[in-house]
Design a protein around this ligand. Structure first.
Ligand SMILES: N[C@@H](CCC(=O)N[C@@H](CS)C(=O)NCC(=O)O)C(=O)O
Length: 202
């Protein structure tokens, strides 16, 4: 079995688990609950990942892989490259769309961290809002093309970002602002891979 440092709250861990379900590899991964916090490094994780981040995957031969994209590339290579095209323009379009979706998740996590601080920086809060207000319309504009592509790491990450906004950023009102993204995301969220990996505060 492979071992995955895991948490039910982490959208990046969820990327790996949704990919594993899509690829039929979920039963080869044993999950280990690993508690991380930006302000409180998980010391027991540092020997395996000095950045102290999850997901971190340990293969049967002891090889360690991070971050989420590298892990998904690895799983995808086991299953015949179904989530990330192997080459050509489709590969770079998929990776660029993934970068937008995962970068948006990074932004949301940093934003949440800032706003939970005792004395948040207004400049930072404003900067996060400016970027979110640019990203949501960009996603709404591209969702038709993204939805027309095969299921891949970009769609997976985007659907997870939608659920993450529901989970932590109800005040963004993203579903009302992005009706096409909303409709597509509801459909994707019904896939068994998404249903099997709910994000919960546990
Ligand atoms: N780029 C990384 C991001 C992973 C990440 O930020 N994970 C969070 C949990 S959602 C974490 O481990 N945070 C702990 C920390 O930053 O110290 C990936 O895609 O795997």
């Amino acid at each position: 079995m492979m071992k995955l440092h895991w948490s039910p709250r982490s959208p990046f861990v969820r990327k790996v688990m949704v990919a594993a379900h899509e690829l039929g590899l979920a039963d080869r991964i044993a999950t280990v609950r690993t508690v991380v916090a930006m302000s409180k490094p998980a010391l027991e994780l540092l020997p395996e990942n000095p950045l102290g981040k999850i997901p971190t995957l340990v293969l049967e031969d002891g090889t360690i892989l991070y971050d989420s994209l590298v892990i998904v590339e690895y799983l995808d290579s086991l299953a015949g490259h179904r989530l990330i095209p192997r080459e050509g323009p489709a590969r770079f379009t998929e990776l660029r769309r993934h970068a937008l979706a995962t970068g948006f998740l990074d932004l949301l996590i940093l934003w949440r961290d800032e706003r939970n601080r005792a004395q948040p920086s207004q400049a930072m809060l404003d900067a996060f809002a400016v970027k979110a207000n640019a990203t949501l319309p960009a996603l709404e504009a591209e969702i038709g093309a993204i939805a027309a592509a095969p299921v891949g790491i970009a769609q997976i990450t985007l659907a997870i970002a939608g659920d993450y906004m529901d989970f932590r950023f109800g005040d963004l009102g993203w579903r009302a602002r992005c009706p096409a993204f909303d409709a597509w995301q509801r459909g994707f969220a019904a896939r068994p891979s998404m249903v099997a990996t709910p994000v919960v505060d546990a």
